[in-house]
Design a protein around this ligand. Structure first.
Ligand code: PEP
Length: 250
């Protein structure tokens, strides 16, 4: 059985006290959501510690939104995977389209970040997805395949067992446009086929999340699809009520 996951990517939102309040709100309502749904929240680095402390004793995990390519040393402004793990985080989002687009992340960078994450026992949530131009040119399958082949195919079987993939069409992120449930299922099934070509039956165990303007009103339909195992949620993760409602959508 694949894990059902609802992960919140808070991006560069919330001040520390607001982040703690949001985490408390999610924790307060989690009891109403099926235990079968794994909740993860990914606050900014500055409040990872306080959110981890706030969520101690709950079954809500905490992740970071990125990590450094290097282990440690003279890399001003960077935050290492070891630091993130030391705080009690379990996950790290890697390859988010905003990082690929605004900070020039490439497969080469991401291979290093993935290695750092695994060295420190973090589970990567590896994001793939095409932009609007690529979608309109019918290149979405090819783009996702390449993003997987260049990074995920370098993992060992053991590492692959601890991987979450998020399919996030760039044209749907923060735009209010959502992929239809059919579009999501089509590409999720394709991604699983690509994973199967390398990892065989283990591909059936890998959770593939949908991300892109997912909200309480569309989550149930998207999550009803066979190859959609949950969501990576941006905007709607900033309101505990909406985030919880998405968790209830399974
Ligand atoms: C995201 O950035 O991961 C995301 C899915 O954002 P939104 O839900 O706001 O589209």
């Amino acid at each position: 059985m694949r894990k059902k996951i609802v992960a919140g990517n808070w991006k560069m939102n919330t001040l520390p006290a607001e982040g703690v309040a949001l985490a408390k709100g999610v924790a307060a309502g989690k009891g109403e959501v099926c235990d079968c749904v794994n909740f993860i929240v990914c606050p900014p680095f500055t409040h990872l510690h306080s959110v981890v402390e706030t969520l101690k004793g709950t079954n809500i995990a905490v992740g970071a939104q990125d990590c450094a390519t290097e282990v440690k040393g003279a890399y001003t402004g960077e935050v290492s995977a070891q630091m993130i793990a030391a705080l009690g985080c379990k996950y790290v989002i890697l390859g988010h389209s905003e990082r690929r687009q605004y900070y020039g992340e490439t497969s080469e960078t991401l291979n290093k970040k993935m290695a750092r994450a695994y060295e420190n026992g973090l589970t990567p949530i590896y994001c793939v997805g095409e932009n609007l131009e690529e979608r309109e040119a019918g290149r979405h399958f090819e783009v996702c395949k390449q993003q997987i082949e260049e990074v995920v195919f370098n993992l060992s079987e053991e590492q692959f067992e601890n991987l979450v993939i998020a399919y996030e069409p760039v044209w749907a992120i923060g735009t209010g446009k959502t992929a239809t449930a059919e579009q999501a299922e089509e590409i999720h099934a394709y991604i699983r086929e690509v994973l199967r070509s390398k990892f065989g039956a283990k591909a059936e165990e890998c959770s593939i999340l949908y991300g892109g303007s997912c909200k309480p009103s569309n989550a149930a339909e998207i999550f009803s699809k066979a190859n959609v195992d949950g969501g990576l949620i941006g905007g709607a993760a900033l309101k505990a009520e909406d985030f919880l409602a998405i968790g209830k959508a399974f």
